[in-house]
Design a binder for this molecule. Structure first.
Ligand code: C2E
Ligand code: CA
Ligand code: CA
Length: 275
């Protein structure tokens, strides 16, 4: 009545949330150490707009929890970043992705997400080189996706690391372009091979002239700077047609395929190739 009951109620909720977080943290540590196979890498095809054929697949982590089922990355990656586990988890994802991709048709690339935290690890470049060597995947078939977060506190060391990754032969893509603290100067600080246009700009492409203008500007920029452009979250034929008209080079989204487990990749690829 005097409001203190509500305060107590919120306090209880916050305690509960903090406890759940600690529990998840404990389970994450334990799983990574004892049962790393519960972390699965799923793959979503990337489609060339011109031919509608797959050019590669993006590796996306999932946690198959024994009681809670699949836990999406949005629920455990930020946590893994906070507690430093993303370095080991990121290595696991990269190694699996390279090993899986080595078994695909030679024309297909694999795209792997790198967390900004991984850039603080002095062994990053060495680790990537090792994953390539151990899997036998040619470096040119690996694409590393970084977010604007990597360049937010841009240092010479970060740029040097990006150049070393590129010198290995890997391609570098800027992910989630336009959603963070974007700055066009990022595009001058490093020669990206590709920009990925976030789903937020694709969703209302048919109805929002503003979003259409932004997409058009970004694809135009990519074309003039010699970069590929990939639109994410393409769910409808209408979105696809508009992206095609804007000369976007690649798309990804449920219109073509959801992310699938490694075992289903051959089936999905053959359906897409014969479509
Ligand atoms: P992201 O890199 O932007 O990945 C794209 C997300 O969009 C994926 O979510 C994918 O499943 C989803 N998506 C793809 N097509 C569509 C569509 O047509 N409609 C809708 N509604 N969604 C679509 P997911 O797999 O839940 O991953 C979420 C985020 O988690 C990723 O966003 C990425 O930032 C992060 N993540 C996933 N795997 C890794 C990893 O191995 N390392 C790191 N550092 N981050 C990862
Ligand atoms: Ca990505
Ligand atoms: Ca993205």
């Amino acid at each position: 009545q005097d409001g203190r009951g509500r305060a107590r109620f919120f306090k209880r909720e916050m305690d509960q949330q903090a406890q759940e977080r600690r529990q998840l943290e404990l389970e994450l540590r334990r799983a990574l150490h004892a049962t790393p196979e519960v972390f699965e890498v799923h793959y979503q095809p990337v489609i060339a707009v011109e031919t509608r054929a797959p050019t590669g697949l993006e590796a996306l982590l999932r946690w198959r929890h024994p009681e809670r089922g699949f836990i999406p990355p949005a629920q455990f990656i930020p946590l893994a970043e906070e507690i430093g586990l993303i370095v080991a988890l990121g290595e696991l994802a990269l190694r699996r992705a390279c090993a899986d991709a080595a078994g695909w048709a030679p024309g297909l690339r694999v795209a792997v997400n790198l967390s900004p935290i991984q850039f603080r690890d002095p062994r990053l470049v060495e680790m990537v080189a090792e994953a390539l060597a151990d899997s036998g995947l040619p470096a040119g078939r690996l694409e590393l996706e970084i977010t604007e977060g990597v360049l937010l506190h841009q240092t010479e060391a970060t740029i040097a690391t990006l150049h070393r990754l590129k010198d290995l032969g890997a391609r570098i893509a800027m992910d989630d372009f336009g959603t963070g603290y974007s700055s066009l100067s990022y595009l001058r600080s490093f020669p990206f091979d590709k920009i990925k246009i976030d789903r937020a700009f694709v969703r209302d492409l048919g109805t929002s002239p503003d979003d259409a203008a932004i997409v058009s500007a970004v694809t135009g920029l990519c074309e003039r700077l010699g970069m590929a452009s990939t639109a994410e979250g393409v769910e409808t034929e209408e979105q696809f047609r508009r992206l095609e008209a804007e000369r976007c080079t690649e798309v990804q989204g449920y219109l073509f395929s959801r992310p699938v487990p490694s075992s289903e990749v051959p089936r999905v690829l053959s359906t897409l190739s014969s479509a």
